[in-house]
Write a protein that binds this ligand. Sequence first.
Ligand SMILES: Nc1ncnc2c1ncn2[C@@H]1O[C@H](COP(=O)(O)OP(=O)(O)OP(=O)(O)O)[C@@H](O)[C@H]1O
Ligand SMILES: [Mg+2]
Length: 224
Amino acid sequence: MLEALGIGLSYGATPALRRIDLTLAAGSRTALMGPSGSGKSSLLHCLAGILVPDRGRVMFDGQDLTGLSDRERSALRLRHMGVVFQFGDLVPELTLIENVMLPLQLLGVKRAAARASARDLLGELGVADVADSRTGAVSGGQAQRAAVARALVHEPRVVLADEPTGSLDTVNAEAVLDAMVALSTRMGVALVVVTHDNLVASHLDDLVVLRDGMLDLSAREAVG
Ligand SMILES: Nc1ncnc2c1ncn2[C@@H]1O[C@H](COP(=O)(O)OP(=O)(O)OP(=O)(O)O)[C@@H](O)[C@H]1O
Ligand SMILES: [Mg+2]
């Protein structure tokens, strides 16, 4: 469904990704791990079509994302992908529920229906009580859960989440991961979750490890 074919990416003289090949099947659940600076966020952003790699191609359902315009990639991302950013990007002027409604409204869903879907999902992620608070008035963990809800609400083909549980303690991180896995299974959504936490990774089926912008295949085999 989503495939990286020999992708490379540099920021100026700094190489971030070197010849990455990766295939993600529909409905698959992958943990993406590796030390700080190993290229996890860069890879996630290339898979989401937010960054275009310098070399190689990213294929989504047989379509080459690197051949599309910015506008075309944004449209495809809105419809088929959900992204949770490492440093959050909820709209601060909006309440949590309004943030979660956004993708649906951009896709033309009526306000009342969007609100109902968003409220259900915030409930399943355990933050229904703060649905009507602005992002500045909730905890980092509550905001992260709303960001997860926003990535899932339009039932995309794939959710790409960059440390979605980074602000949560172990118990809450596991609860959010469990909810993400349950919801993605119900909706048939593939998951890619960047994490530093082995416990979080253990909730997913596949493991991809990056080191210095390259896949560490030995780490992958060691886990099975
Ligand atoms: N905007 C940027 N400009 C210049 N260099 C960058 C930029 N973003 C990332 N890098 C560099 O690219 C490499 C990969 O960074 P990336 O953010 O993908 O790592 P990461 O694995 O997500 O790290 P972390 O676990 O700290 O989030 C690092 O060497 C980093 O310093
Ligand atoms: Mg990162």
